[in-house]
Design a protein around this ligand. Structure first.
Ligand code: ADP
Length: 240
């Protein structure tokens, strides 16, 4: 049983009078691939944004390695973020895109070059390092975004629907690649999707969200074979 790396304790989030997350308790274990799965509007992204430090909870506490997240400056939280709209800089090459966050942080030039090369090697993109994003396919762009996140050596990678803009074939290939990268690098991943099959294929555990609360959390087999309630059985039943 792995230790808990992140803990949500009685976390709530409201926008105005609308409660979006209601008394959420959730552990992310070190080294696991945890997926937040649920229909649109169920609070998955808001949960991820609070973890990334982009949104503050309205109530409750988020702990990272036992420390309150709001006591940690953003660069000490160890979170790497990959979103659906990968937002690469169009005027920079692949290598410059990956190097950019390291430059911003004042990492010495020689070390940047070494880390960028190593990161591009790991995802087999080094041969594309002098291309511009517009010269890459959607899948390659998403891989560059993932690489830019990996150069930080984050404790946790947060991914919000990273594959939903891609066609089915590419999506399935990248699902395998991300899963393989996760395994090889010993990462901890929190992955958001509304796609039941994607969650069932990729995850160690799945937290099924319904209206800002967790309807069930468990392994894909738990969720698929032993849904805890009607919401989960119907939502998973939509898988084809
Ligand atoms: P999901 O990722 O599951 O689709 P979200 O976390 O994006 O769900 O959204 C949950 C609910 O919170 C939705 O009803 C959404 O409209 C609302 N919401 C999200 N962000 C804001 C915001 N900045 N202001 C007001 N409402 C928001």
């Amino acid at each position: 049983m792995s230790a808990s790396l992140i803990r949500f304790e009685n976390v709530s989030k409201a926008f105005g009078s609308t409660v979006v997350i209601d008394d959420l308790n959730l552990d992310v274990r070190k080294g696991e691939f945890l997926t937040l799965l649920g229909p649109s509007g169920s609070g998955k992204t808001t949960t991820l944004l609070m973890l990334a430090g982009f949104e503050a909870p309205s109530g409750g506490t988020i702990l990272v390695d036992g420390k309150r997240i709001d006591d940690l400056p953003a660069h000490r939280r160890g979170m790497g973020v990959v979103f659906q709209n990968y937002a690469l800089f169009p005027h920079l090459t692949v290598a410059q895109n990956v190097a950019f966050p390291l430059q911003m942080r004042g990492v010495p030039r020689g070390e940047i070059a070494r880390r960028v090369d190593a990161a591009l090697d790991r995802v087999q993109l080094r041969h594309l390092s002098s291309r511009k994003p517009s010269q890459l396919s959607g899948g390659q762009q998403q891989r560059v975004a993932l690489t830019r996140c990996l150069v930080f050596e984050p404790k946790v990678i947060l991914m919000d629907e990273p594959l939903s803009a891609l066609d089915k074939q590419l999506r399935e290939r990248l699902q395998l690649e991300i899963r393989e990268l996760y395994r090889r690098e010993g990462l901890t991943v929190v992955f958001v999707t509304h796609d039941q099959s994607e969650a069932l294929t990729m995850s160690d555990r799945i937290a099924v969200f319904n209206r800002g609360a967790i309807a069930q959390i468990g392994t894909p087999a738990d969720i698929y074979d032993r849904p805890a309630n009607r919401f989960v059985s119907e939502f998973i039943g939509e898988t084809n």
